[in-house]
Design a protein around this ligand. Structure first.
Ligand SMILES: Nc1ncnc2c1ncn2[C@@H]1O[C@H](COP(=O)(O)OP(=O)(O)OP(=O)(O)O)[C@@H](O)[C@H]1O
Ligand SMILES: [Mg+2]
Length: 340
């Protein structure tokens, strides 16, 4: 068993023998554009073990949410998804839509950035929770109501029976996100996918929601895919980090290694933009330029037009290689800092 202690002294234990919950191999998502296919995500592979949190990070438009939607089986209507997605050993990418919904309803929970769009505005919170419990777990109405109230209580919502009779617009942003978390864990999933779960909340509420998510992960031994812009949060909260750029996985490894010692110039640029990791500079270093839109990616390294290390070799597409403790898609990775 490996014991990892994070900066704030919290300790998480990850066993090499822990069951793999999610395995993604060569995931690709393309959009139909007339008779052509336009890639939005290409060749993404990673896995998440029981009790492990994996962060998916990258600038806006890099393909984080599309990757999550493909795993959830909810990609855009005109998308084509390729590659293999396995959940608890079952190849869910090979299931028909009904079978997949049924399987994922039991094994996967979702938390989105904006609960107002994920929760139904005209159905009571109780109806939405009990429908999921009755459908996925076969509970009768009374059992489902009791379980829903227990779940709300568990996520720190007082007066659970009153809240069950209310509607989502009657709740504050933090309370709505707690309801989303209660719904996400309601059917006893092994995987939670959280897409920017705290971005829409103010800072103090963000911290409370993150603490709740962490408690749930530890208590229920959940695998978690955590999508975020906030690398500082990711470093503390997640065991592993996957960095995406323009639909590509460009670096992955243990969060501590990625945050301390990223080798991909893009990943290093994201980390250098975090104030706490920029002690040596008086000004933060932004990554110049912006993510190219889909359909306008360079054929070789997609980051090359923004990269100060780029040369002719970068006109060819780099493959993933191990550089020190992380895996990197780059012809000219940054040398690792001296180990501390
Ligand atoms: N339904 C869709 N139809 C066409 N293009 C889409 C669709 N959804 C996403 N895209 C495009 O796919 C790319 C990746 O989008 P995605 O939403 O996955 O980005 P993201 O990394 O989650 O960004 P953000 O941090 O802003 O949420 C973007 O260029 C986006 O415009
Ligand atoms: Mg997104």
């Amino acid at each position: 068993m490996t014991v990892i202690t994070s900066n704030d002294g919290r300790t998480s234990q990850i066993s090499a023998r822990r069951k793999t919950v999610l395995e993604i191999e060569g995931l690709g998502v393309s959009l139909r554009n007339g008779r052509q296919l336009l890639p939005i995500v290409t060749d993404v592979s990673f896995s998440i073990a029981q009790g492990e949190a994996v962060a998916l990070v990258g600038e806006s438009g890099c393909g984080k949410s599309i990757t999550a939607s493909a795993i959830m089986g909810l990609p855009p209507d005109d998308a084509v998804v390729t590659g293999v997605i396995k959940l608890n050993g079952t190849v869910i990418s090979g299931l028909g839509p009904r079978e997949r919904r049924k399987f994922c309803g039991r094994h996967m929970g979702f938390i989105f950035q904006e609960p107002m769009t994920a929760l139904h505005p005209t159905l009571t919170i109780g109806r939405q929770m009990t429908d999921a419990l009755r459908h996925n777990l076969g509970l009768d109405r009374a059992e489902a109501v009791q379980r829903a109230a227990q779940l709300l209580d568990r996520v720190g919502i007082p007066r659970a029976h009153d809240i069950l009779k209310g509607y989502v617009h009657e709740l504050s942003g933090g309370m709505r996100q707690r309801v989303m978390i209660a719904l996400a864990i309601s059917c006893g999933p092994s995987l939670i996918i959280a897409d920017e779960p705290t971005t829409a909340l103010d800072v103090t509420i963000q911290a409370q929601v993150l603490d709740l998510l962490e408690d749930m992960r530890v208590e229920l031994d959940l695998a978690m895919l955590f999508i975020s812009h906030d690398l500082e949060v990711v470093g503390d909260f997640c065991d592993k980090t996957v960095v995406m750029y323009a639909g590509d996985l460009v670096e992955c490894g243990r969060s501590a290694d990625v945050v301390r010692d990223a080798a991909h110039p893009y990943a290093r640029g994201l980390i250098d933009a975090i104030p706490a990791h920029n002690e040596t500079r008086t000004r933060l270093t932004p990554i110049l330029g912006s993510v190219p839109p889909i359909g306008a990616w360079p054929a070789g390294c997609r980051f090359a037009p923004r990269c100060q290390r780029a040369d002719q070799q970068c006109e060819l597409r780099p493959s993933l290689t191990d550089v020190g403790a992380t895996t990197v898609r780059c012809w000219h990775p940054i040398a690792k800092k001296t180990s501390s």
